[in-house]
Design a protein around this ligand. Structure first.
Ligand SMILES: [Zn+2]
Length: 68
């Protein structure tokens, strides 16, 4: 269980870093300000995407904070 604990701590740390960076940039951490997220392999074709749930498609950090 030690490794799992270590790993989850690492992921948490990385997420916090990412969110802090997005806050500076003013962009949604889930879609990096694109307003949409790609699904799996389809990201390579750019033909299928869905509106980001985190920011409701606006791509802004303040909207992400409000929704989350
Ligand atoms: Zn978003």
């Amino acid at each position: 269980m030690g490794f799992l604990h270590y790993f989850s701590r690492l992921v948490e740390k990385r997420n916090k870093k990412r969110i802090a960076f997005c806050k500076l940039e003013g962009t949604c951490p889930e879609c990096q300000g694109n307003g949409v997220n790609m699904l799996g392999i389809e990201q390579y074709t750019m033909s299928y995407y869905y509106v980001c749930n985190g920011c409701n498609g606006s791509g802004s950090f303040s909207d992400w904070v409000e929704i989350n």
